[in-house]
Design a protein around this ligand. Structure first.
Ligand SMILES: C[S@@+](CC[C@H](N)C(=O)[O-])C[C@H]1O[C@@H](n2cnc3c(N)ncnc32)[C@H](O)[C@@H]1O
Length: 243
């Protein structure tokens, strides 16, 4: 039944991932959940399961967690007709698989994913994606400025790089376009061990950017979700903040 079993300690929560060759019915998932004594169960799409396989194959541990991927699928499903989606940091294609799940076979949306590591990008390309998907090998800092604009951007490169690309990323967002930044938990840890409190390279400074309305999502790996305002909305927005 199981092809694999991966246990990942995530603070107080323990996640067990089981992969199957086919989609399970809700009843089957419920029975497995009860048998394992699990508190919750999330069934992931088969393409996402294949990304778990790739991660195991190359020992990659930085893939998006299922809650983050599922949110990307939700956001992808809302991309307008003829829209464009960008992922910065392909990894082994977990986020990409979730985006394609959200698009539900829609061929009108262009999806671009950028990865600096050639081997990872090649591994992902072998998974066979629809024609609308472009895998770009390159440094996001170099390629992003020439990529045009997008309706949805997943900013998922390592910490300091995220912050250094914030300006270009917001610029690449179309009005109404949405931006999801992953892995914010280290910035929100109570002891703030990973940064100095006054570190202006913190991607959290997006929260103070008047071109974007955004919110912190303090679950899973920690995210910031933002929507690019039109110029008019940005001008009329109140600026009062409370800490
Ligand atoms: C957190 S992982 C991405 C996970 C992926 N988005 C997912 O949903 O599973 C970050 C990825 O960014 C890549 N990366 C690091 N620096 C980069 C850069 N300057 N440009 C593009 N990709 C980069 C890393 O090689 C790594 O694969």
């Amino acid at each position: 039944m199981d092809r694999s079993n991966m246990r990942q300690a995530t603070g107080e929560e323990s996640v067990v991932t089981l992969s199957f060759e086919r989609e399970m019915s809700a009843g089957e998932v419920e029975r497995i959940k009860r048998r394992l004594g699990a508190r919750s169960a999330r069934q992931v799409p088969l393409a996402v399961g294949a990304a778990y396989d790739r991660a195991r194959q190359v020992g990659f541990t930085k893939s998006s967690r299922p809650e983050v991927g599922a949110l990307m699928a939700v956001l992808a499903a809302a991309v307008p007709a003829g829209g464009r989606v960008l992922e910065l940091g392909t990894g082994v294609g977990m986020g990409l698989a979730w985006v394609m799940h959200g698009l539900r076979g829609r061929a009108d949306v262009v999806v671009v994913s950028v990865e600096v590591d050639t081997e990872k990008s090649e591994l992902v390309s072998r998974a066979g994606w629809p024609d609308q998907v472009s895998l770009v090998v390159g440094d996001a800092r170099e390629v992003l400025p020439g990529m045009g604009t997008f309706d949805l951007i997943f900013l998922d490169i390592p910490g300091g790089l995220k912050a250094s690309l914030l300006e270009e990323t917001v610029t690449a967002l179309r009005p109404g376009g949405q931006l999801l930044i992953d892995d914010m938990n280290p910035y929100w840890s109570e002891d703030q061990t990973t940064r100095k409190s006054a570190d202006r390279r913190d991607p959290e400074r997006l929260l103070g950017d008047s071109r974007v309305i955004c919110t912190e999502l303090r679950y899973s790996s920690g995210m910031i979700l933002g929507t690019r305002l039109s110029r008019r909305d940005a001008c009329s927005r109140g600026e009062t903040q409370f800490a």
